[in-house]
Design a protein around this ligand. Structure first.
Ligand code: DGL
Length: 275
C-alpha cells in the first residue's frame, strides 16, 4: 500500500518515551527502515528555553537529514512538537509528523465532560496546547497538569527499576478532579513517556479513567504520509535499519537493553551529531 518500498523513517524524542510511538510505527509499517534518535544530551526538553529548543532541533535535523536522507521524520515528543513543529516544517522539505496531546479525542470520549491533559510543564504551557483546548474542547472542563517527574519515573521503569508508588500517586493526583456530581473520566497522555506507566497508574489512581495514548493515531497518519510520499533524490546516504542512537547525557545504559530488544533495537550507540 505504500508508494515507497522501504521508507526511511527517523523517530525522534528527547529520550526513550518516543519508543511508545516507535512500537506502533513498527506494527503499522514493519518493512520500513527506522532510525530512533534520542536527544539524551538535552533531556528533559521541558527544562530548555523555547528558542533554545527550536535552534537545537533545526541544527540537529539539518545534520540528520543530510546524513540519513529520510523520507519522513516523526517527532515522537509532545514538548518538541508543540514548540518546534512549525519551524521544522518551514525549514525542511521532508514531511514531519508531530505528536500532540489527543485533546479532540478526549473531548469526544469524555462522558462527564471533565477530562485532564497530563504532560510536561512545557507542553501544558504552550499556546499550541491551549489552542487545541479552545478549538476542540469548548464543551468540556479541561484540567492541564504539568508534571515535573513523570517522564523520569517512566525512564526508571524502562531501566527495570522499581517505580515509587507514592511519587507516582502524587504526580497524577492533580489530574483527578471532581466538580459537583461529576469527575474526571479521561486523561489525555501528552507526553510519549507516560503510556509506559498506565498499568501502574491504574493501580495507584483514586478511581479508574480512560488513558488516551495518541501513538496508534500517529502510526496511522505516518502510513498515510508514506503512501503519498514520492522517492527522494538519492544522496548515497544509507540508513541502516532499526538502530537507536543517543546524543549523550547519561546515555542509555546496559539495564535498558532488555527493553530495547523487545522492540527489535539491538544496535545502540552514541552519536556525535550534535556534539
Ligand atoms: N517525551 C517527551 C514528550 O513527549 C517528554 C520528555 C521531556 O521532557 O523531554 O513531551
Amino acid at each position: 500500500m505504500t508508494a515507497l518500498k522501504t521508507p526511511k523513517i527517523i523517530v525522534f524524542d528527547s529520550g526513550l518515551g518516543g519508543l511508545t510511538v516507535y512500537r506502533e510505527l513498527r506494527a503499522a509499517l514493519p518493512d520500513a527502515h527506522y532510525l530512533y534518535v534520542a536527544d539524551t544530551d538535552a533531556f528533559p526538553y521541558g527544562n530548555l528555553h523555547k528558542d533554545e529548543l527550536i535552534t537545537r532541533l533545526l541544527v540537529l535535523f539539518d545534520r540528520l537529514i543530510e546524513r540519513e536522507n529520510p523520507d519522513v521524520c516523526v517527532i515522537a515528543c509532545n514538548t518538541a512538537s508543540t514548540i518546534a513543529l512549525a519551524s521544522l516544517r518551514d525549514h525542511f522539505d521532508v514531511p514531519f509528523i508531530g505528536t500532540v496531546p489527543a485533546i479532540k479525542v478526549a473531548a469526544q470520549q469524555s462522558r462527564s465532560k471533565l477530562f485532564s491533559v497530563l504532560a510536561t510543564p512545557a507542553t501544558v504551557a504552550q499556546d499550541y496546547t491551549r489552542e487545541l483546548v479552545k478549538r476542540y474542547a469548548g464543551s468540556c472542563e479541561v484540567t492541564l497538569v504539568g508534571s515535573r517527574n513523570l517522564a523520569g519515573l517512566a525512564e526508571q521503569f524502562m531501566r527495570g527499576e522499581k517505580v515509587d508508588e507514592d511519587k507516582l500517586r502524587h504526580e497524577i493526583a492533580p489530574a483527578f478532579v471532581t466538580i459537583g456530581e461529576e469527575r474526571t473520566d479521561c486523561i489525555a497522555l501528552g507526553c510519549t513517556h507516560y503510556p509506559l506507566l498506565t498499568d501502574l497508574m491504574r493501580e495507584v489512581a483514586p478511581w479508574q479513567v480512560t488513558y488516551i495514548d495518541p501513538a496508534a493515531a500517529i502510526a496511522r497518519q505516518t502510513e498515510v504520509v508514506v503512501s503519498q510520499a514520492s522517492e527522494r533524490p538519492c544522496t548515497g546516504a544509507s540508513m541502516i535499519s532499526n538502530q537507536l542512537v543517543y546524543t549523550g547525557g547519561d546515555g542509555i545504559g546496559e539495564s535498558i537493553s532488555t527493553f530495547l530488544q523487545t522492540l527489535g533495537l539491538v544496535d545502540v550507540f552514541h552519536d556525535e551529531i550534535i556534539g
